[in-house]
Design a protein around this ligand. Structure first.
Ligand code: FMN
Length: 318
């Protein structure tokens, strides 16, 4: 097996999978600001890849050569579909496959998928085995939470560790907690100890509330994690993966340049095939913290397309 996880220097810094955020375009933007060690796709339905929704779903699996190593994240509940989807992912040239066992969304859990698998060890194992069997050539990882309704660290994570995965990413909350409260990193530390006591070499990736690269290094030292995944932190700082000792404080111009770059690329890659409202979710990432930011953001939010954005930005003094 070509296992890219084993080639990376620790702590491994990863951009977390985020639906309608970490698409081809946003990943490309982040590959130019400060590149993480690993990219993940948005979660992609293994059941839908070969269904009528194929054309729409397949867009989630596009990537560029700048985005390696890249892991495709799958969700679903049918082992046979995972088997087919995993083969397809290998054909597309992905470096790894990840199974989502942590999504707390009701529509996902109702389909016995995401965090619902925490309550169904048997199905979780069948899915893992189906992927391992069909695609032994690339590493398999799982992304999960501490438990479903309550913390089940010991039984659930012992079970996952026994599956001999290449990596295990743990969002340190239960599914019930959604994104509320504080991530319980102590439980991640316990999982590292559990892994060590079982003498396994599954990498443990911590996730939850990481704010910058220094925080990743700190948590690596404190909890023994092999790496950390950052989700929402990237909205605060698109240069978050800058590993330098004293990262640059980016200017208003840097942020606004990035907004234009992102909007142009969004238009170039997705055109009318993706709703422009999705692009608008990023405006608050780039337009903040300077005099007139609120007013500019309001004007941008009224834009109907990228041409409107270009026009508005043309009238701004930077
Ligand atoms: C908008 C959004 C979309 C998300 N989509 C996914 C997803 O597709 N797959 C997944 O495993 N987790 C998903 N997550 C969860 C994140 O990967 C991450 O586990 C969570 O945000 C906690 O990390 P953070 O505190 O660094 O944001 C999503 C989170 C957000 C905010």
């Amino acid at each position: 097996m070509k296992n890219f996880w084993k080639t990376l220097k620790r702590p491994i810094a990863i951009l977390a999978p985020m639906e309608e955020v970490t698409d081809l375009v946003f990943r490309e933007i982040i590959s130019t600001t400060a590149k993480p060690d690993v990219f993940f796709t948005e979660f992609t339905s293994a059941d839908a890849i070969f269904s009528k929704g194929h054309d729409r779903i397949i867009k989630k699996l596009l990537f560029t050569k700048n985005q390696h190593p890249i892991v495709a994240q799958l969700w679903g509940s049918t082992p046979a579909n995972y088997e087919k989807a995993a083969k397809f992912i290998v054909e597309l040239g992905f470096d790894g496959i990840d199974i989502n066992m942590g999504c707390p969304d009701r529509s996902v859990m109702r389909r016995n998928s995401g965090a619902a698998l925490i309550n169904d060890f048997k199905l979780a194992e069948e899915i893992i085995n189906a992927v391992k069997k069909s695609t032994p050539e690339i590493p398999l990882s799982v992304k999960t939470r501490l438990g479903s309704d309550s913390k089940q660290t010991k039984e659930w994570l012992t079970f996952l560790l026994s599956q001999e995965l290449s990596a295990l990413s743990i969002h340190a909350r239960t599914a019930q907690a959604m994104s509320k409260g504080t991530a319980d990193w102590g439980e991640i530390g316990k999982t590292v100890k559990l892994r060590d006591s079982l003498k396994l070499d599954t990498l443990i990736i911590g996730n939850g509330d990481v704010i910058d690269y220094k925080d990743i290094v700190l948590k690596h030292k404190k909890y023994g994690i092999d790496g950390a995944m950052v989700g929402r932190g990237i909205f605060q700082n698109p240069w978050l993966f800058d590993k330098s000792e004293n990262p640059v404080n980016h200017s208003k111009k840097d942020y606004l340049d990035l907004l234009i770059k992102h909007t142009r690329l969004f238009n170039e890659k997705w055109g009318k095939t993706k709703n422009f409202e999705i692009m608008k979710k990023f405006f608050k990432v780039y337009v903040k913290g300077f005099k007139g930011a609120d007013d500019l953001r309001q004007r941008l939010m009224a834009a109907k397309n990228y041409i409107d954005v270009e026009r508005i930005m043309h009238s701004v003094e930077w």
